[in-house]
Design a protein around this ligand. Structure first.
Ligand code: ATP
Ligand code: MG
Length: 571
């Protein structure tokens, strides 16, 4: 990892892929409707259920919905799909809004909640009952399942299916009034128990839940199901294109049936695309919730989590996530995407934007015997070789320095070109340095290196033109800032965690190694939380909010080596 001096990525994609987003089948459909004069401007929505934090899979849906709206001059709503009060929390609502803004999207005044529509949805349920298109069910959830049939067998009619509308209306009103226990009754749409599509076999559209709701409090004890609330909320908001993931493809006939059978003010259409799956992580809220609840991570924003909050804390730039989403595109069939592609997008962005600094994570003391005692000087260091405008900074140098312990070997093998007894190397931005002796303690552990420097090589070049084979980073001991650096590895040991059923067994016990006593150059003392720099030769690191002025904490965002670029070269 230490052999490269700078990031080897060469690809120079634009900063924001959404500016020239590629055409996908959804954009083709919308463009065709606009061209045919059928559509003026699209209205889309992003509909999270506030039962967890947003993850990178959601970013795909967000970039699609907001991107389409932006490109076609329409608008995108943020709608909380808050129909299940048992699992939803205000913390999640706040986090979702913050993460969306961070990712670069704004819904303006178009913030909605499915719960805003509870009264109207209730009226529409009564409408279905009056029309003989819905009935109150007395069977238990288990019995409903039994009667529903299977993919190969038709369902059977419930004994309550032919209740008269008046009786249904009375029972439904009593459900609303709280006369029944959870599960005692439900409201079902009366469609077709023999349908080949199980979603049309009289789906439940209202269930009894005696739980307070974050927004409506105790006003309701019956709640609409996702299927009943979703399409109707789309219609109420005049959404034109309701974009969802493929598992809802089989729900589309029900979506359409409800829109056709209710007095809705507009006629939205549902389109399905493949959800994002990513190697080396999990993107199911149920599993992410379990990771948090079982203490495998410190929280939803743990830098090992694939949540937007976690990725942000680890230091991933929002631009890199948008770039990644643009590159994977939107299709009808989904493949698992390599995490290496996301890593590549991150390096590509940070290589261009992150300033370089020097930091030593596993320090070994160097004493330069021919450097004046008590002397010091400052040297020019380039902030970003990819960006001349980033300028230069001054780095202090002195008689005592820190270098990385593994940049020295007492008895080096053939291919080790870094420091060894009698060998000369370059100290970045400084001088040529030669090791004269390795000092050891009683146990044989090397405690410091005795060295000499060549004062003629200031700036890192020898006037006589002699070459060295390695350039090391270093930090002057007198000015070093002590820091904790958290080295993150993937949270799981395999690319398909949980494939054998037990996610816990695939957790990487070494996914976090916290190094204390790391030595940073003084310019890093006041790095603001969230700011990312490249530690030369080591990788990209981001200041963590756990740090404080004078005692920073850094997270390793990503190492320097780009396996994706290699994969592409080979292919
Ligand atoms: P989970 O299945 O993990 O519970 P979800 O789909 O229920 O996630 P929601 O909050 O309902 O989570 O999702 C909001 C929107 O984000 C939905 O339109 C959903 O289709 C989309 N979405 C969720 N996960 C992904 C993913 N991995 N890829 C693309 N879109 C996704
Ligand atoms: Mg969902």
């Amino acid at each position: 990892m230490r052999m490269t001096d700078s990031d080897p990525t060469t690809d120079d994609a634009t900063d924001d892929a959404s500016d020239d987003a590629p055409r996908d089948f959804i954009r083709e459909i919308i463009a065709a409707e606009v061209a045919a004069g059928e559509l003026e401007r699209p209205v889309t929505r992003f509909p999270p259920e506030p039962n967890g934090y947003l993850h990178i899979g959601h970013a795909k849906s967000i970039c699609l919905n907001f991107g389409v709206a932006r490109e076609f001059g329409g608008r995108c709503h943020l709608r909380f799909d808050d129909t299940n009060p048992a699992k939803e929390e205000q913390e999640f609502i706040d986090a979702i809004e913050a993460d969306l803004r961070w990712l670069g999207f704004d819904w303006g005044e178009h913030l909605y909640h499915a719960s805003d529509n509870f009264e109207l949805l209730y009226q529409w349920a009564e409408h279905l009952i009056t029309e003989g298109k819905a009935y109150v069910e007395d069977l238990s959830a288990d019995e409903i399942r039994e009667y529903r049939g299977t993919l190969t067998e038709p369902g059977r009619d419930s004994p309550y299916r032919d209740r008269a509308p008046d009786e249904n209306l009375d029972l439904f009103r009593r459900m609303r009034a709280g006369e029944f226990a959870e599960g005692e009754r439900a409201l079902r749409a009366k469609i077709d128990m023999a349908s080949g599509n199980i979603n049309l076999r009289d789906p439940v559209i209202y269930r009894i839940v005696h739980a307070a709701h974050p927004r409506t409090g105790d006003a309701w004890c019956i709640y609409p199901t996702y299927d009943f609330a979703h399409g109707q909320s789309d219609a109420i908001e005049h959404v034109t294109h309701s974009l969802c993931t493929l598992e809802f493809e089989d729900h589309r006939p029900l979506y359409d049936w409800l829109v056709e059978n209710l007095p809705v003010p507009s006629r939205p259409r549902q389109y399905e695309f493949a959800r994002l799956s990513l190697t080396h992580t999990v993107l199911s809220k149920r599993r992410l919730t379990a990771l948090v609840q079982d203490g495998h991570v410190t929280g939803w924003d743990d830098p090992r989590m694939p949540t937007l909050a976690g990725l942000r804390r680890r230091g991933l730039p929002a631009e890199a996530i948008r770039d990644f989403v643009g590159r994977i595109g939107v299709t009808k069939s989904g493949a698992v995407v390599e995490m290496a592609l996301l890593d590549h997008c991150v390096r590509d962005h940070l290589n261009r934007h992150a300033e370089r600094r020097m930091a030593v994570l596993n320090p070994l003391k160097v004493v330069i015997e021919n450097y004046p005692e008590g002397g010091s000087e400052t040297l020019d260091a380039i902030n970003n070789p990819e960006d001349e405008a980033a300028g230069k900074r001054q780095v202090p140098f002195g008689r005592e320095l820190w270098i990385e312990r593994d940049d020295f070997m007492e008895d080096p093998p053939k291919k080790f070109f870094r420091l060894a007894p009698g060998r000369e190397v370059r100290l970045r931005y400084a001088y040529f340095l030669t090791c004269t002796e390795a000092v050891k303690d009683a146990t044989g552990e090397i405690t410091e290196l005795r060295c000499t420097y060549d004062p003629e090589t200031r700036g890192g070049n020898a006037p006589d033109g002699r070459k060295v084979k390695a350039t090391l980073h270093w930090v002057a001991a007198a000015d070093a800032v002590e820091a904790e650096v958290r080295l993150y590895e993937p949270l799981f040991t395999r690319p398909d965690p949980g494939a054998d059923g037990d996610l816990g067994a695939d957790i990487n016990p070494d996914s976090l190694v916290a190094r204390r006593g790391c030595k940073l150059e003084p310019a890093l003392a006041g790095t603001a939380a969230g700011e990312t720099v490249q530690f030369e030769r080591l990788g990209y690191f981001t200041a963590d909010p756990d740090g404080a002025p004078g005692r920073p904490v850094f997270n390793r965002t990503i190492g320097l080596r780009d396996t994706w670029a290699k994969v592409q070269k080979k292919g």
